[in-house]
Design a protein. Structure first.
Length: 326
């Protein structure tokens, strides 16, 4: 979390409950909120499901107490939207009963995600839009990820929000080559795409090679370009666009274009992962490899050495990030 949003809270509150209506380990932005608040002196009650291990920095913070939803006793209630059905209504009710503040962190609009499959005029979509509009106006404070969303909330919903940009945490930094090599070796045990048959006496991956005489790791001159994306595999993230682009890239190489082979890693968990796995398995690609692992919280930053971002969203005011590395 950024300092501007934290400063608003510092002036008023001593305790904060950060509520995740999902798996804490797969909610990096909310983990950053909890870390930032704790480092500014707040006592943070971090509430959510514990299907996946949170980042070690969160676990090591004395000011952060991770509890199940049934144990929540927070002074302030902070909820992410989406998902907001029925979460933000429940969070609002709890805040009223306990006399707590109610903070919504707007990532996107849930109704706009529903509209992708049901259509914008469907009764359920209209009800969801009313629901978000109604309970959004009852919040005591609001955070959002872009200026565009801030303006949309103010103009169309009458909700005042503070823009709190996603910024890389300290764990996101250039990874030493030997650590990247070790990560590739580890991933190769479960994902054969990372494996490579090196020459005798060497420890080789598709990207790196370790010299057995001195242990030095170097990048392979024939390594592919690396494309990385993180996703929750939901309908508002249309990965068929990426798959089509990868097929076109394959066509360029087969047509004689002087381009490197491509290694695409898509990490995440979600309802449509199985659907896209079948689509990926049906592709006939020679120069493009696609791997869809679940990376642990400590491994994802190691894989990111350098990147550029592109974005898309169901509501056009929230970003999905795709990273390209070579």
């Amino acid at each position: 979390a950024g300092s501007a949003g934290s400063a608003v809270l510092v002036a008023v509150f001593l305790g904060v409950c950060v509520l995740v209506l999902g798996d804490i380990g797969r909610s990096p932005r909310m983990q950053y909120h909890a870390l930032s608040l704790s480092r500014h002196g707040f006592l943070v009650t971090f509430v959510g499901f514990l299907d996946t291990k949170p980042h070690q920095d969160v676990l090591n913070q004395d000011n952060i107490r991770i509890v199940s939803i049934s144990e929540v006793k927070g002074v302030q209630v902070s909820a992410a939207n989406p998902p907001g059905l029925p979460g933000i209504a429940v969070a609002w009710l709890v805040s009223v009963l306990r006399g707590s503040g109610f903070i919504i962190d707007w990532h996107n609009y849930g109704f706009s995600i529903m509209a992708l499959s049901l259509g914008p005029t469907h009764p359920v979509v209209r009800l969801a839009k009313w629901y978000e509009h109604f309970f959004g106006a009852l919040s005591s404070n609001n955070l959002c990820v872009t200026e565009a969303m801030k303006e949309d909330l103010q103009t169309n919903w009458g909700v005042r929000a503070t823009t709190l940009y996603d910024r890389p945490a300290s764990i996101f930094r250039e990874t030493p080559l030997d650590l990247r090599h070790q990560l590739f070796i580890t991933l190769a045990h479960t994902h054969p795409q990372f494996q490579n048959s090196g020459s005798e006496g060497t420890e080789t991956t598709v990207f790196t090679v370790r010299n057995p005489s001195d242990g030095a790791v170097t990048l392979r001159s024939d390594r592919p370009a690396l494309l990385i994306s993180s996703t929750s595999w939901t309908e508002d993230e249309d990965f068929s666009v990426l798959l089509k682009a990868l097929e076109e890239y394959e066509g360029f190489i087969r047509g004689g274009a002087s381009l490197p082979s491509l290694f695409c890693v898509i990490t995440g968990k979600g309802p449509q992962k199985g659907h896209y796995r079948k689509l990926i398995d049906s592709l006939h690609l020679e120069h493009v490899k696609i791997c869809i692992p679940w990376l642990e919280a400590e491994d994802y930053p190691l894989l990111l050495g350098w990147f550029r971002s592109s974005s898309s969203s169901s509501s056009s005011v929230e970003n999905m990030k795709t990273n390209f590395m070579s």
